[in-house]
Design a protein around this ligand. Sequence first.
Ligand code: SAM
Length: 190
Amino acid sequence: NYRCRSAFKLREIDDQYRLLSPGLSVIDCGAAPGAWSQVAVQRVNSAGERPDVPRGSVIGIDLLYIAPLEGAHFLCNQDITHPATHAELQRLLPQAYADVILSDMAPNASGLRELDHERLVSMCLSLLELADRVLRPGGSLVCKYWDGALAHKLRDGLARVFRDVKTVKPKASRKDSSELYFLARTFRRT
Ligand code: SAM
């Protein structure tokens, strides 16, 4: 009963790399309709379903409306690339910090592969500014990108501030799509 089958991609990534654990605080960028947030809520225990472990928090943001979900706080009709959104997130986060930034964001596809690739890379680069502002040292970031000429630029940007950056392609992601994810771990503020 996930809102979207994309949930299985995050589950797969997290089963392998264990980014989400009870008590952590998560930002989910491009969260509509909310399937990744559902996975995050379960794994960080932000709805408090498991009283025996720490309770985390999940904040989801999207340009679109996201139907309410217990354990998540949604910022609808907001653009994650705007500095004003970063400031609002900082206000909402427990202790002003996040442990994990997730992004499954995608621009509306124009159909021009190269253009879509470039737009998504520049959206992902703005996540570095967000990380700089709110990510806890040692924190991690997962972001979707479409492969192409500028992917190295995004990887380099991540590698400047994260100790470990790798590309992952979940099995649940269609083989014929150019969709990939960067998994960046151990943030160190510059
Ligand atoms: N992970 C989501 C889930 O599991 O339900 C699916 C995300 S969907 C593939 C991509 C989302 O990114 C869209 O809902 C889109 O509105 C959002 N998006 C695109 N650009 C954005 C931006 N600048 N700020 C916030 N959200 C954005």
